[in-house]
Design a protein around this ligand. Sequence first.
Ligand SMILES: [Zn+2]
Length: 193
Amino acid sequence: MSSVTDNISFTCSRCGTVYEAQVYRLIDAASKPELRQKVTDGSLFLRECPSCGQRELIGGPVVYKDEHLLVCLSDRPLAVEGLDGLKGRLVGDVGSLIEKVKIFDSGLDDVPMELCKFVTRQEIGKDVNLKFLRLEGADHDIIFTYPESGAMQMLSVGFNVYEDCRGIVSRNPSMSAEGFARVDREWVEQFIR
Ligand SMILES: [Zn+2]
């Protein structure tokens, strides 16, 4: 497989210029570190107006694939045949797609990560939208970001919290995400009653 792109016409929301930009439909990032970098830093999902420089987000639908993952960003289920051992995930927005890639690139799994986010929300007593950013330092602290008061906040959580969540997941076979799964906050909360 190789990447598939389209040229799409956009209208700049600031100055009204109509311009064409390249949009990815299939991102095949397996053994393409520079393409993967553009996914994780978000630049692949930005278009820029040639007249005024206004940058805007490109949404879906798009399919991302690498050696671990097949992620579909789409508002309806896609028919994809066979995952060939890849993790299949459905996401509803670009930020969630980027987060999935970062989680698996860090050698982690999104099921215990969603549980870890649930535990962290309880711990800090805030109902916020946590996103995994990276592992940091020799102890592999987990760095989350979340929006609050119009700014992006960062939060560091000990790796032991993730390990505890991984233990819980391994003792609860019902918490497995088979086929194309939407593994998000709602998904993990159905197991916590
Ligand atoms: Zn413009």
